[in-house]
Design a protein around this ligand. Structure first.
Ligand code: SF4
Length: 264
């Protein structure tokens, strides 16, 4: 007959047991580990809860875990709740979330087909857009319309919007806090549209979408991804008005998009 374990062996065994529970993420079962199924205890303990906020195990743990499991769970990837464009516009309201509201004539939310396979995202409205409430209607907008038609789309088949919805005074660049205030609405628009391809127009739009500061001259022409949607960075049409010799580079980028959308 084997000798009964010594107090030291019992202590070692207990340490190993607790260490296993900790490695499984179980941190609250110490008071009454025998009474709780490990999986039920684990469901009760959010892994990210700071130690100071942890509370002792509450009975009945198994019942609470079962109720939690029965609740419908949002898919983990759904960072932005999907709403219609009208709902998003309604939420934006007469927005005063940043100081760009002070100089605008009107909000330029976006325009086009809510079921568009192709979405263009620019930086912000200029004077013409501010006056008309429609994105890309000035000279740069007219060039964008030509680009869209050259891609074998009609302008009303695609969707066009900007990172910021109000005109920066004197057409200055949007400031980081203005972008931060307005970006949730762009995100919501793109989540609602779910296009097959996004074309990012110019440095600000692309850097905002990609969250990186690489120069647009290096980013353009390379497929990237935004929330699982293929993104093609390219130059802004306003830049092309100043630098027409780079139109061929943009055309090469747009041809990649056409190929992806079955237009080539
Ligand atoms: S730029 Fe965007 S966040 Fe700022 S006031 Fe206009 S709509 Fe609101």
């Amino acid at each position: 007959m084997a000798n009964p374990p010594s107090p030291r062996e019992l202590a070692d065994e207990l340490r190993r047991h607790l260490s296993w529970h900790e490695s499984e993420g179980t941190t609250q079962a110490w008071r009454d580990a025998k009474a709780q199924a490990p999986v039920a205890v684990k469901a009760q303990v959010p892994a990210a809860a700071p130690a100071a906020q942890r509370t002792p195990v509450q009975a009945p743990v198994a019942k609470a875990a079962a109720a939690a499991a029965a609740r419908p769970q949002a898919p983990e990837s759904a960072e932005v709740p999907v709403r219609t464009l009208d709902e998003i516009r309604l939420e934006l309201g007469d927005c005063k979330r940043c100081k760009l509201c002070q100089g605008r004539t009107q909000i330029v939310f976006g325009a086009g087909n809510p079921k568009a396979s192709l979405v263009f995202v620019g930086e912000g409205p200029g004077a013409d857009e501010d006056a008309q409430g429609i994105p890309f209607v000035g000279k740069a907008g007219q060039l964008l319309t030509k680009m869209i038609e050259a891609m074998k789309f009609r302008r009303d088949e695609v969707y066009i919007c900007n990172v910021v919805k109000c005109r920066p005074p004197g057409n200055r660049n949007p400031e980081p806090e203005e972008i931060a205030a307005c970006e949730p609405f762009l995100k919501a628009q793109l989540a609602s549209l779910k296009p097959q391809v996004i074309v990012g127009l110019g440095k600000f739009a692309v850097q905002t979408l990609l969250r990186e500061e690489t120069a647009i001259s290096r980013l353009r022409g390379q497929w990237r991804e935004y929330q699982g949607i293929p993104l093609m960075p390219t130059f802004h049409p306003a830049y092309l008005l100043r630098t027409p010799e780079d139109k061929k580079l943009v055309w090469a980028d747009l041809q990649l998009v056409m190929k992806r959308l079955g237009k080539l």
